[in-house]
Ligand binder design. Structure first.
Ligand SMILES: [Zn+2]
Length: 313
């Protein structure tokens, strides 16, 4: 059934063209408003915000996938991916794909998880960097009061841990992709104050600022479909929540809640290069869902982190 086109609404920016019965409500959408199989073209949905359990993404153009990975204080958040096929058809990834070798398993509550080099669990988000990850540093606030020079160094170390497969488990480098820092930029990460991914601007920016209170840091990634392989990363932006959390580059013995910048950055860099979260029982992996206050353990990769990268690269 084809419904009438609503020509007059209170806000022209929410005017929605109705084709084949698709009429979107104004404001923020949910996956129920735009279910799997619906068309972003028929529904005029490109540029609209879709949320799922507290995270959200802006609908990209056909052929693109956008994903948000939020690092939460309580480990409750999961990734949310919205893919638009070349013909405009929508599909969602509400949970990460488990690694084929050793699937993440929940263990008894209260355990500290297996040792980093004895735990092979990993999960993949569906994209990878096929070439060089070009990135810029936001010229506004940076975590931990770092100068731009210091922040560049810490983030380069963190990103280099992924591209160099740095680990204490004896594994060689398995990642062929590279990364290149360019400069400070006046642009900002494509992430709004609630941690939702906005439209991409073509420049991968690492910065800091306001996010939803339960989020310590967030990564938004945009990728293009590749036939027969993981999607091709086109942009990935990272934001640290400096409005609600304290960050440090040197957690001291008297640390009482500051997050280790390099640990968080290494985890976010894992998302940039295609790793997703592993859950309870895998606390010693860099890609564990929860946060890294007063500990530097995530600066080096665990066995599962390496196996995940090895499966991708
Ligand atoms: Zn994460």
């Amino acid at each position: 059934m084809t419904l009438a086109v609503p020509l007059a609404t209170a806000d022209s920016s929410t005017l929605t063209q109705a084709v084949d019965g698709c009429v979107l409500p104004p404001g923020v959408l949910t996956a129920d408003d735009l279910p799997t199989g619906s068309s972003v073209l028929d529904c005029a949905a490109v540029g609209r915000l879709v949320t799922h359990e507290g995270v959200g993404v802006t609908v990209p153009e056909p052929g693109m996938t956008v994903g948000v990975d939020a690092l939460a204080v309580d480990g409750s958040r999961h990734g949310f991916t919205l893919a638009v096929a070349a013909d405009g058809t929508i599909s969602y990834g509400l949970e990460a794909h488990a690694g084929s070798g050793e699937r993440p398993r929940a263990s008894a509550a209260g355990t500290a998880g297996r040792a980093a080099c004895a735990d092979g669990a990993y999960a993949l988000s569906g994209h990878k960097e096929y070439g060089t990850y070009d990135w810029w540093l936001g010229d506004d606030t940076l975590p931990g009061g770092l100068t731009p020079r210091e922040a560049r160094r810490v983030f380069e170390q963190a990103i280099g841990t992924i591209t160099g497969t740095r680990n204490d488990c004896g594994y060689d480098d398995v990642v062929g992709a590279r990364a290149k820092y360019h400069s400070l930029t006046r642009r900002e990460a494509g992430i709004d104050r609630k941690g939702h991914c906005t439209a991409r601007d073509g420049q991968s920016v690492w910065d800091a600022g306001e996010l939803s209170r339960e989020l310590v840091a967030t990564t938004c990634s945009w990728s293009r479909r590749v036939r027969g392989g993981p999607d091709w990363l086109k942009e990935a932006d990272v934001r640290f929540n400096t409005s609600d959390y304290t960050f440090t580059n040197n957690p001291a013995d008297d640390c009482t809640g500051a997050y280790d910048i390099r640990s968080v950055a290494t985890h976010e860099a894992g998302h940039v290069f295609g790793l997703a979260h592993v859950g309870p029982g895998h606390e010693n992996q860099t890609m564990f869902t929860n946060s890294f206050a007063c500990t530097t353990g995530a600066r080096a990769l665990g066995r599962g982190d390496v196996l995940g990268l090895s499966a991708l690269y």
